[in-house]
Design a protein around this ligand. Structure first.
Ligand code: ADP
Ligand code: 5GP
Length: 199
């Protein structure tokens, strides 16, 4: 099977990965999102099979035992997330490059597994305080899940230097443009070719 490239977006929760990845998927028809499996509860706006494969802990454990994951992590206590081998195969089979939104440890493992064809981008928030503010304003977390996420942030921010590129997400329009340039350079698409569709 022909192998495409991998662009891995990683950061602490609330930094803006999903927002940036969503934008890139609209701009570049060459990209497709790797839908992870997770045991966390679905948020109201999320769709099973689009944002995640939402599964029970039993199913997730069975998939681990079957070797279905390229990488998986218990990102928060009792909440599992993992990248499925079959997602990678499916997307490459379609002749597309893969975009990932995964945590810093998962990104490290994926980068190790595919060193030559992957680019790992750390999305950096302007400050710890702004990151926390974004996470709270997103209104997706309850008191307990917010606490779990906040406990991890300081450690996750120390991974900044461990990846290929740091993308500052301060002003969103600037971050979008920088992300477009990073992707275009990596997949070797030129804006003047008309391949970048600014719809
Ligand atoms: P992640 O996927 O990294 O957890 P999200 O993409 O969900 O983060 O972003 C967290 C929240 O911050 C969302 O409500 C999003 O709309 C908002 N957000 C993202 N980028 C910015 C930005 N540059 N300025 C202000 N708010 C932002
Ligand atoms: P959320 O619950 O906010 O969607 O995601 C929580 C964290 O899990 C984020 O950092 C997100 O990037 C990460 N994540 C999502 N999918 C995967 C995955 O397949 N593997 C790993 N390691 N982390 C993931």
């Amino acid at each position: 099977m022909q192998q495409g490239k991998m662009i891995i977006f990683t950061a602490p929760s609330g930094a803006g990965k999903s927002t940036i990845v969503h934008h890139l998927l609209q701009v570049f028809p060459q990209l497709e999102f790797s839908i992870s499996a997770t045991t966390r509860l679905r948020r109201p706006h999320e769709e099973n099979g689009k944002d995640y494969y939402f599964v029970s802990k039993e199913e997730f454990r069975a998939w681990i035992a079957d070797g279905a994951f390229v990488e998986w992590e218990e990102v928060y206590e009792d909440q599992f997330y993992g990248t499925l081998r079959r997602e990678i195969e499916r997307i490459w089979h379609e002749g597309k490059h893969i975009v990932f939104d995964i945590d810093v440890r998962g990104a490290t493992h994926l980068k190790e597994a595919y060193p030559d064809q992957s680019l790992a981008v750390f999305v950096k928030p302007p400050s710890y305080e702004i990151l926390v503010e974004r996470l709270i304003k997103r209104r997706t977390e309850n008191e307990q899940s917010l606490k779990k996420r906040l406990e991890r942030i300081k450690k996750e921010l120390t991974y900044e230097t461990k990846f290929d590129v740091v993308l500052l997400n301060d002003q969103l329009d600037i971050a979008f443009k920088e992300a477009e340039k990073i992707v275009a350079d990596f997949i070797e698409v030129k804006a003047e070719d008309g391949n970048i569709n600014h719809a």
